[in-house]
Write a protein that binds this ligand. Structure first.
Ligand SMILES: N[C@@H](CCC(=O)N[C@@H](CS)C(=O)NCC(=O)O)C(=O)O
Length: 216
């Protein structure tokens, strides 16, 4: 059976849980307390040397880290990933954008806001929120004339971006500036099989409390 090394408050992990739910696949969920030291053990170092979640164990001792790589692996041959060609390239384009611009701004701003880091370093938080607005604007422009990111059909690109876009308001991001993102989010929210199980950050995620790879 598939096994997911998972952190309940992580949007990157939520992406994978969402696709697994929509595919109707059974899996074992292994909770990893990323601020409780679980990623720092020798054993977890063999699961993912980068010491991050999510990781999918596809068969015994075969570990696949990186949320978007996991989405692409699970979606192969399903309705959630177009055949090779133009539309597939669009899926890659948005998933790369998600990792290099969207997640580092939107997810980080939200994490900072929800764990009080915004008050500790307001000017750094301000820069994150500014970058997050730029990333949201890119998404909004793309969704002006398209129902979904890669075109007419819902794909893993939408899942990758939805994970943090659907909670972007928690990061002081002004939703009213992005009406096309709102409409796209509403379309996804009501789709069959869509789950919403992103949890709040626990106390050990607060500054100075935890012992993950980000010691701040
Ligand atoms: N690029 C990676 C990022 C994974 C990542 O940063 N995961 C976070 C949770 S969202 C984590 O496990 N962090 C460990 C830590 O901060 O100690 C992916 O998309 O899977």
């Amino acid at each position: 059976m598939l096994r997911l090394y998972d952190y309940a408050a992580s949007g990157n992990c939520y992406k994978v849980r969402l696709l697994l739910a929509q595919l109707g696949l059974d899996y074992e969920r292994v909770p990893i307390d990323i601020f409780g030291g679980d990623t720092l053990t020798h054993t977890f170092g063999r699961v993912n040397p980068a010491r991050r979640t999510p990781v999918l164990e596809v068969s015994p001792n075969r570990f696949l880290p990186e949320s978007n790589a996991i989405l692409l692996y699970l979606a192969e041959g399903t309705q959630f990933l177009p055949e090779a060609g133009w539309e597939r390239a669009q899926v890659y384009r948005w998933m790369f954008f998600e990792q290099n611009a969207f997640e580092p701004s939107v997810a980080s701003a939200r994490f900072w806001r929800l764990t009080g880091r915004d008050e500790l370093e307001p000017s750094r938080y301000g820069s994150l929120v500014k970058s997050a607005h730029s990333s949201m604007a890119v998404l909004d422009t793309a969704l002006t004339d398209a129902a979904f990111l890669a075109g007419a059909t819902y794909t893993v690109a939408d899942i990758a971006l939805y994970a943090y876009a659907h909670v972007a308001h928690e990061a002081d991001i002004d939703q009213d500036r992005f009406p096309h993102v709102q409409a796209w989010r509403d379309r996804i929210t009501t789709m069959p099989g869509v789950i919403h199980d992103l949890e709040q950050y626990p106390d050990n995620a607060l500054p100075g409390r935890g012992q993950g790879i980000h010691n701040q």
